[in-house]
Design a protein around this ligand. Sequence first.
Ligand code: GLA
Length: 715
Amino acid sequence: MTPQTLIFIESQDYTMVLQTDWNKRLRHIYFGEKLVQSSDYALIAKQFRYNGVNEDVFNVAYTPSGTWNIAEPALQIQHTDGNPSTELHYVQHKVQQLQENVLQTVIDLVDPLYETSVRLFFKVYQKENVFEQWTNIQNGEKGAILLKKYASANLYFRSHDFYLTQYHGTWATEMQPVTQRLTKGIKMLDSKLGARANLYAPPTFMLSFDEKSTEETGKVLLANLAWSGNFRFDFEVDRYDNLRLIAGANPYNSEYQLKEGESFETPHLIFVYSENGKGEASRNLHQWARKYRIYDGEGERLTLLNNWEATYFDFDENKLVQLFDGAKKLGVDLFLLDDGWFANKYPRNSDFMGLGDWQTNRKKLPSGLGYLVKEANKKGIEFGIWIEPEMVNPKSELYENHPDWVIRQPDRREYYYRNQLVLDLSNPEVQDHVFGVFDTIFTENPKMAYCKWDCNSIVYNSYSAYLEKENLPQTHLYVDYVKGLYKVLQRVRAKYPKVPMMLCSGGGGRVDYGALQYFTEFWVSDNTAPIDRVFMHWEYSHFYPAIVLCAHVTNWDKSASIKYRTDVASMGKLGFDIVVEELSDKEQQFCREAVQNYDSFKDVLWKGDLYRLQNPYDYPFASFQFVSVDKSRSIVFSYLITNRFEINYSIEPVRFKGLDASQKYRIRELNLFPNTISSIDESAVYSGDYLMKIGFNPDIGLERKSVVLEVKSLS
Ligand code: GLA
């Protein structure tokens, strides 16, 4: 008998252990804190008698179907001869050090009967305890096989209880959490929307083991599928009360044909694990994301003035040039021209027409984009532009000229989302077109400094004229759309490596670590009401660092003061979307000073560590703290969220975190409205120890609904 093989997939603090059984199946036997003595791992499997009388096996590392399996599979294949059964045997594995801090384990599995093989990839970022997992399926058979299910990851966790936090929402109500204890059976989260795939649910979840984790306690896993299309997560509590997690692209209408010799790489699942609560998990994920994933994640960002809410479609070049003065007054870096600047036959004066016709609208902008770039530059600001190149209005020249480029059922009525349809990115010609939209603008205007890339529609009537022509299955469309999108974005990045790009999808309708490989930031939500944004920021901050969370000061909720709105937006990547001239002199002065303050502390925000201090769900207040890596400077944002029950002032201090206990700090209030005096004693000196054990009262009240504090070390 072959000896059993043990495979360790290790990060700095945690280990996933896989072991072969006597049937050569590879099984999960441990996930958690590292054991002190590594020889102990070989003794783990002996402690468990998972196979009961019925021989049911739940903990296989990549569960095939049609053979011994009775639980939800990770892989379903129809072989060349039509046979739907697959078995996977362990063959070999190797561990490679890809770069400092990054270890990759590759495991080869094969079907003993068919020449189909599966490779499991585990890339582990040691220091951050981040795991990246995916699978490659290789067709070695003589003819085509059909992949019916092809998960990225199949994990297995042992615990008393599991608490799943999932997120839901729709336009303007993104990232609302729901936490529930998982019970027997399968809980499924998924999307079938094609493009704008996370309109209702992002490919993101949090899992707590044993009990609900807190910021500082508990075992917790935060995960994201790096895939900008349909996804599916199955959480199956098995008959041993353990959790099987199967995550990947959604197999719904997505059978994928692999020709002889072809292989298929699944999307990557990213997860971070911590036994010290959500705070540590998210700080590690932020560090990982900035260093390894987000485009230019450790670079700089531009503050901006956007004209979407300021003008909607109603503008011309004179109005825009006037708005530039506002950007100048605020002291932001860039002016961002939003929707409505293009199309002539069907002018883009509303969202009913023109989308797809990317020629400058001659009536609104007779002097062209180049003139606007020049005028902005003259005033000392950069100029950026909005595009939505994957989409088309039926009322457009693009639709008239290329109906076969549109995703639509040829013989059925069309269904629209925001009056538009999605272009077929499985088609290389369409990829060229989408790339061309970007390329033309940025080649003709070499000083164009920024792009907001939007994606507003979901896919109805999924059907591709291109796949039909190529004699490929229609069920490739959902997957090939995303692959086509990534191909375009790779071309954009190869040619324009320096342009910052905002990922937008009517707000946060497409946010994931697949897309963020190409984008520097994303538009959190069209909802910019500051209280809603505090909640959204709280939730997004578990998964994404502040440097990517675009936050703009707008008039969405005018009942909040300009200070409150600006303080909230200052926690993300700051921007404005207002007519500056409509603000009073004092408000303008306040905003200008807030931009200066932001510029002075943005490094702490963008590169430092985030501590979520006070939870807006449980308290009338919310508090967020950012701490510089060397702990010498920290910015604390506190907000009054509600004044229900007349709790409208901060009774107790907020305990700070992440400071150096032995250092002395002074506290100063930032973003004061002109002519107001801070109630904070700026001369007092506190030890880090005091601030973390006793805390500090930001003095929130009805007159001070939002407070920004700078905590600075004396040394
Ligand atoms: C989407 C975006 C907005 C704006 C409009 C323009 O809704 O989220 O920010 O760009 O499109 O049509």
